[in-house]
Ligand binder design. Sequence first.
Ligand SMILES: [Zn+2]
Ligand SMILES: [Zn+2]
Length: 314
Amino acid sequence: MSAKQSVASWFKTDSSLGEESHHRPEAINQQRQIDWLRILPFIGLHLACLAVFVVGWSWAAVAVFVASYLVRMFAITAFYHRYFSHRSFKTSRTVQFIFAVIGASATQRGPLWWAAHHRHHHKVADQEADPHAPRHGFWWSHAGWFLSRGHFATDHRQIPDLVKYPELRWLDRYDLAVPVVYAVLLFLLGAVLERVAPGLGTNGWQMLVWGYFLSTVVLIHVTLTINSLAHVWGSRRYATRDDSRNNGFLALLTLGEGWHNNHHHFPGSARQGFYWWEIDVSFYMLKLMSWVGLVHDLKPVPETIRNARRIRPS
Ligand SMILES: [Zn+2]
Ligand SMILES: [Zn+2]
């Protein structure tokens, strides 16, 4: 890819995928190479966090940091993952779009890209073709895989049920649009608060750094631990064909995704904590949403499946 194409891809993602080239041995090495020019925005996202030493902090900024993390983590776990990738519940096209937009603000690319790679992961988890198996290197499973040339495009064959929505295709193609708008809104929020509530001690730049840059970088890396740590650290209840683990600490940070061995055992369920003591905040939120009619048909875990292929009894 030329330098010009790399820079153009910051703003518009070419969804076409030269899948046949993946299988040529000489192409495989190239696919695993990192396109440094193309990932400059990702590096910039991390460097921008250093501005926290310039803008300082306030309780208002910390509160927005936490809220920004929680709302977007919910959009990623409940919608990018459980809804778009696994269709584990149903919702209206409007709610689908609203949470696709909130998910896009998490700066983990569009819902189609995310779901296509994730479905592929489940099909070949921890095998040679897995996009992010820790067996291929821990750093690779955490971030190397999506920074490499081979995983930039979206394989539409994985997501025939999703590509029919033009609004989702748009979010996927212009995947930087929502994060930029979100960052600007946070800046404006801080600027308005500085005028109307100067006692809070915040301003536009401080809110931008805490609400967008710091919150987004933490959110991205915690999400990525499910691909990396949740395949190496934790316990295994089910004899799945992969290395997936249950990890209560990761489940708290990710609002329920840490029950990853449960999830690989039965990916179709809307809940990943299979027992009452396995805290799964995203599922509780989905349950609340179902009571007011925003989502419906949450798929449960059948008792026979919950008891099948067990390694340990509880
Ligand atoms: Zn997995
Ligand atoms: Zn999954």
